[in-house]
Design a binder for this molecule. Sequence first.
Ligand SMILES: [Zn+2]
Length: 182
Amino acid sequence: MSSLLEEFQQVGRDLYAAGLVSSHGGNMSVRQGEGLMITSHGSRLGHLAQVDLVEVRPGLEPRVEPSMDLALHQAIYAAASEAEAVVHAHPRHAIALSLMGEDIRPQDLEGQHYLGIVPVVPRGENVAQALADALRQHRIVVVAGHGSYARGESLWQALQWTSVLEESAEVLWLLRVLRHDT
Ligand SMILES: [Zn+2]
């Protein structure tokens, strides 16, 4: 059985290798009872070490600065009981589509099967609550012009929804190009 660190490392490497995050972009966490384990502020997901994982729980002073998205992760765990892990990435085609002012509706089989409609929530003050609310019903949600937040039973599953979303978003983009050409 792989350790928690290994899961963070392998999922982080895959996210980076697939171009789903930039060198220092994105973040990930795993629920741990009343608290969570989250990547540190500014860590490189493609090159995580033990020092890059921060435990956050009531009554414990974090060892290093957690990701700036900590409050979003906490809101997601509070709202969505299914969430055992959260992956935040910057999938570029999905980000571009999120700026078109509507939810993302996959047209490919895998996207339709696993994701259905992917809500897009606006950036702004209430983003944490809007995101957490949407993740009660949906496996992955996009914050407009920023990136995706996926919840899963594990980091691997949250990675899967992120990867499926980006594939669907790229297909949607290609479709737009093709339709424009004909
Ligand atoms: Zn981000």
